[in-house]
Design a protein around this ligand. Structure first.
Ligand code: S3P
Length: 173
């Protein structure tokens, strides 16, 4: 077994789904944002405020590389972790990548009252719309694609598990 890497836009439920998937499969769960905060000793809003997004992306790539070496595990990532081609290649080389999706309307509803995501500062709905447009297609590289809108957590975990089993036990190439 290798890494099961969850990617997707902010608010698609990566951390919640990752924790439930790991528990269901008896695997450990690691979170990239959590590793970044630990490594930096400060919060994500503080990293962005102090040193900006480019610095954050550098730490993100470094922590991703370290975490991918700790397989087997369920690894959840931040929504922007796929923006660097280098990160995408590392994920594909070290695991099965699963992309979670939800409709724009659903994401705005889930993120409306969020204050821990610096990229949404200044108006969640407008920022979500802008970023979703800018990031269109960036999660398409993942071999497993799951729409979470209107589905229960247990259904999402089952859907991912079935697709992973199909891929690891002589299913699709
Ligand atoms: C980001 C998503 C966040 C976090 C940071 C940047 C992004 O993670 O990594 O605020 O660029 O989409 P979540 O997707 O877990 O919110």
């Amino acid at each position: 077994m290798m890494n099961l890497v969850l990617v997707g836009f902010m608010g698609t439920g990566k951390t919640t789904v990752g924790a439930a998937l790991a528990a269901s499969l008896g695997m450990k769960h690691k979170d990239l944002d959590h590793a970044i905060v630990e490594s930096e000793g400060r919060s994500i809003p503080d990293i962005f405020a102090d040193q900006g997004e480019a610095y954050f992306r550098g730490v993100e790539t470094k922590c991703l590389a370290q975490l991918l070496d700790e397989d087997p595990q369920v690894l959840t990532t931040g929504g922007g972790a796929v923006l660097r081609q280098q990160n995408v290649e590392m994920m594909l080389a070290h695991g099965i990548v699963i992309a979670l999706h939800a409709t724009e309307e659903e994401l705005i509803k889930r993120l409306e009252n969020d204050s821990g995501r610096p990229l949404l500062a200044g108006g969640v709905a407008a920022r979500v719309r802008t970023l979703m447009a800018e990031r269109a297609g960036v999660y398409d590289f993942a071999p497993i694609q799951v729409d979470t809108t209107g589905k229960s957590l247990s259904d999402i975990v089952m859907e991912i598990t079935n697709q992973v089993v199909e891929r690891t036990q002589g299913g699709e190439q």
